[in-house]
Design a protein around this ligand. Structure first.
Ligand code: C5P
Length: 216
């Protein structure tokens, strides 16, 4: 548990679910609980890193001892928070379940019910935060996650290449999201390592150890 493998390093982690507003009281979100990213934040601290945690909606308590803890609700807000602090980071671990789309026609006023007329929600694409970080001139060591419902490894391998990240953590939605345990496969240039299902703290420690091994 008590590795010091990231001693003195700066690590940024995103976690939780984004919330895309429809109007002042409604929005689009997802079932991510934030637990995996929070476990990683703790594991990075144990490994001696200085952690910046950027979070959307989370269903568990945020950890103590972070260098910075920044709330960001929407994907756009998370993008801005990440890029405000990314330049000094050595490692970026993108765990947040970021909405692929936001509401194009969101309303500043609460949408009133009109009998017989269903409102139409239009969507537009959100920025891909992880891809934007890995595309920086001098990027931190980037870790991505892939939560898939089927054909996990093929989708995850493709995602690692598409997002241009050295390490991708693959998990099935049903084995990961909203749960206290996770069953992951670590995919990098050298290996694909399937770990047993275990508590998210233990998964986080294994991920941190792999990051420390792979870092230049
Ligand atoms: O493409 P997909 O959403 O499945 O990719 C998942 C990975 O990309 C995760 O690491 C997630 O945090 C990140 N991501 C992101 N910005 C988005 C969508 C996903 O950083 N808009």
């Amino acid at each position: 548990w008590a590795s010091k493998s990231l001693f003195g390093m700066k690590v940024m982690i995103t976690t939780g679910a984004t919330f895309e507003a429809i109007d002042p009281v409604r929005g689009i979100t997802n079932i991510s609980s934030g637990q995996m990213g929070i476990a990683l934040a703790r594991a990075c601290r144990r490994a001696g890193a200085e952690v910046t945690l950027i979070h959307g909606q989370v269903q568990v308590a945020l950890p103590d001892g972070m260098a910075h803890t920044i709330a960001a609700s929407s994907a756009d807000a998370m993008y801005r928070a990440v890029h405000q602090h990314i330049a000094v980071q050595d490692v970026f671990i993108s765990v947040a379940a970021v909405a692929d789309y936001k509401v194009k026609n969101s309303s500043n006023q609460k949408i009133k019910k009109q009998v017989g007329v269903a409102p139409v929600i239009e969507l537009s694409e959100n920025p891909d935060i992880l891809a934007s970080v890995s595309a920086l001139d001098n990027p931190p060591f980037c870790v991505g996650f892939a939560a898939e419902s089927h054909d996990l490894l093929n989708h995850a391998r493709a995602k690692r290449i598409r997002k241009n990240v050295p390490l991708l953590v693959a998990n099935l939605v049903g084995e990961a999201m909203g749960k206290a345990t996770n069953h992951v496969t670590l995919i990098d240039d050298e290996a694909e390592t399937e770990l047993p299902a275990m508590g998210k703290d233990e998964v986080a420690t294994a991920i941190v150890n792999r990051v420390a091994e792979l870092m230049p």
